[in-house]
Design a protein around this ligand. Structure first.
Ligand SMILES: [Zn+2]
Length: 323
């Protein structure tokens, strides 16, 4: 009798956990850069690794969908299936054309390339030509990454607009269409850039903050995980979108470059969390009544301050840019 009771408790627990994971459905967007190019290990994906990832998707019931499919589902406020994966490629490196594309074709996986137009227009050695891009267009789609791939957070409004005007004119001239989606060069953004991006009429904007996508995700701030270097594919696939995490502090890049406090609101039930500060790694922190209040004194290296909060498999990352 007791055994039977224990069994039904176990079954109940199982049902509870599975049904809650169905409720919390999260798709994942990945970003690649170079393929089979060992000269640049931090932005490269080896062909063996790419095959391993694609075989993993195939064997574990993941469905690789077009970026447009996911964005449209977000726009219509539909539930996002847990097994959806979107594959994006930043910068139009030649190694995608020569080494990556054959693998995408073999698996029949759609992809979106975010174009850095100056590199192609000026015939930079490592980048695809417009003719090669037109051949690639049969299998995937193109969207916008910028004209000059500059650090746009350091540019004036006038300079940003000049870059957009120039790049978008080339895009339309070469491909006969307007791009709908944008990704920030280097994944860097601030309020000014976010505003200008919206004014240019992009329908969705993607970052490189790591994380997941689910119903309710801000369509102008969509997280992507980079599968480059030594990627943690399974960790990334377990990320859930944390809509209920609010990073209260910091609100901006600290003026003296020293971060003194990370404060966030998380779920009430959480007891343990991890705080990430770029350049200083992750550290465990206590959660009390749904509040993380981590006092510290960390020198921020560089102009990009990235703060992360992780609770269980859920992760929220925010980036603040310095002057
Ligand atoms: Zn880029």
């Amino acid at each position: 009798m007791l055994k039977r009771f224990q069994l039904s408790i176990l079954l109940l627990l199982y049902l509870l956990t599975t049904s809650s994971s169905l409720l919390q459905a999260d798709a994942h967007i990945f970003v690649y850069h170079r393929f089979g190019d060992t000269r640049h290990p931090s932005t490269n994906t080896s062909i063996a690794e790419l095959r391993k990832e694609f075989n993993y998707f195939k064997k574990n019931g993941y469905k690789v969908v077009k970026l447009e499919t996911l964005i449209n589902a977000l726009k219509e406020d539909r539930e996002i299936p847990d097994n959806w994966i979107v594959l994006t490629i930043d910068d139009n490196f030649k190694s995608f054309y020569t080494k990556g594309l054959p693998i995408f074709k073999e698996f029949g996986y759609p992809f979106t390339i975010f174009l850095y137009l100056k590199a192609t227009q000026e015939g930079y050695k490592d980048y695809t030509s417009f003719d090669q891009l037109r051949k690639i267009a049969k299998y995937g789609s193109f969207e916008y990454h910028s004209y000059a791939h500059a650090h746009m957070v350091n540019m004036s409004e006038k300079e940003i607009r000049e870059d957009f005007d120039k790049g978008l004119a080339i895009f339309e001239k070469e491909f006969g269409i307007k791009p709908k989606y944008f990704v920030y060069p280097y994944g860097e953004y601030n309020e000014q850039l976010e505003r200008i991006t919206k004014e240019y009429g992009f329908e969705a904007v993607l970052n490189q903050n790591m994380g997941a996508v689910s119903k309710g995700t801000d369509i102008f701030d969509i997280d992507r995980c980079a599968l480059v270097g030594k990627p943690k594919l399974k960790t990334y696939l377990n990320f859930d979108e944390l809509h209920n995490v609010e990073i209260v502090e910091p609100t901006s890049y600290p003026k003296n470059g020293i971060l003194t406090r990370v404060k966030a609101k998380v779920e009430n039930s959480a007891k343990k969390a991890f705080v990430y500060i770029r350049g200083h790694g992750w550290r465990p922190v206590k959660v009390k009544d749904g509040i993380i209040d981590y006092k510290t004194s960390k020198k921020i290296k560089g102009k990009r301050m990235k703060i992360g909060i992780q609770v269980g498999t859920k992760l929220k990352v925010k980036v603040f840019m310095g002057e």
